[in-house]
Ligand binder design. Structure first.
Ligand code: HEC
Ligand code: HEC
Ligand code: HEC
Length: 119
C-alpha cells in the first residue's frame, strides 16, 4: 500500500467514526427528551391536568402510542378545543384519539369534570 492510499484509508475511518458518534448522540438525545410527569393546560372552563406519567404507564411505556403521530414532543397547540371537542372527536385526533365514544378512554360528553377542574 502506498502512502497516499494509507492517508485516504485513515481519513475514511475518521469520517465514518464521526458519523457513527453523531448518530449515537442523536439517539441519546431522543431517549433523553425528558418526559414530564404532568402537563397543565389552561382553559376558561377550568384547567386540565394531563398526567403524562400515568398515561405513559397505561400505554406500557410506549412513547409511540402518542409521539409523533398524535402529539409532537413539544408544547405545540393540542388542537383539541375547537367546537367543544367535537371537531377532534369526529377525526379521532389529539386527546380524542382515545377520549372518544367507543375509544379506549372516556369521551368528553358528560365527562367535562373529569378533565376540567375549576380553581
Ligand atoms: C398517552 C400519550 C402520550 C404518551 C404515551 C407519551 N406522551 Fe409525551 N406528551 C403527550 C402530550 C399530550 C404532550 C403535550 C403535547 C403538547 O403540549 O403539544 C406530551 C409532551 C411531551 C414532551 C414535551 C414536554 C414539554 O413540556 O415540553 C416530551 C419531552 C415528551 N412528551 C416525551 C415523551 C416520552 C419520552 C415518552 C415515552 C417515554 C412519551 N412522551 C409518551 C402525550 C404522551
Ligand atoms: C393513547 C390514548 C390516550 C390519549 C391520547 C389520551 N388519553 Fe387520557 N386517558 C386514557 C386512558 C386509557 C385513561 C383511563 C381512563 C379510562 O379508562 O377511561 C385516561 C384518563 C385520563 C384522565 C383521568 C385521570 C387519569 O389520568 O387517570 C384525564 C384527565 C385524561 N385522560 C386527560 C387526557 C387529555 C387532556 C389528553 C390529551 C392531551 C388525553 N387524556 C389523551 C388514554 C388516553
Ligand atoms: C379528555 C379531557 C377533556 C374532557 C373530557 C373535556 N375537555 Fe375541554 N379541554 C381539554 C383540554 C386539554 C383543553 C385545552 C385544549 C388546548 O389547550 O388546546 C380543553 C379546552 C376546552 C375549552 C376551551 C377553553 C378556552 O379557554 O379556550 C372549552 C370551551 C372546553 N374545553 C369545554 C369542554 C366541555 C364543555 C366539556 C364537556 C362536554 C369538556 N371540555 C370536556 C380537555 C378535556
Amino acid at each position: 500500500m502506498n502512502k497516499r492510499m494509507q492517508i485516504v484509508l485513515v481519513l475514511a475511518v475518521l469520517v465514518s467514526l464521526c458519523l457513527a458518534l453523531n448518530l449515537f448522540g442523536q439517539a441519546a438525545k431522543m431517549a433523553n427528551a425528558k418526559a414530564p410527569d404532568k402537563i397543565v393546560f389552561e382553559a376558561k372552563t377550568g384547567k386540565v391536568t394531563f398526567d403524562h406519567a400515568k398515561h405513559l404507564e397505561r400505554e406500557k411505556n410506549d412513547c409511540k402510542a402518542c409521539h409523533d403521530k398524535i402529539f409532537p414532543q413539544s408544547k405545540a397547540p393540542l388542537n383539541f378545543a375547537a367546537g367543544m371537542h367535537k371537531t377532534a372527536e369526529a377525526k379521532k385526533a389529539s386527546c380524542a384519539a382515545c377520549h372518544v365514544a367507543g375509544g379506549k378512554a372516556f369521551e368528553t360528553k358528560g365527562n367535562c369534570n373529569k378533565c376540567h377542574v375549576k380553581a
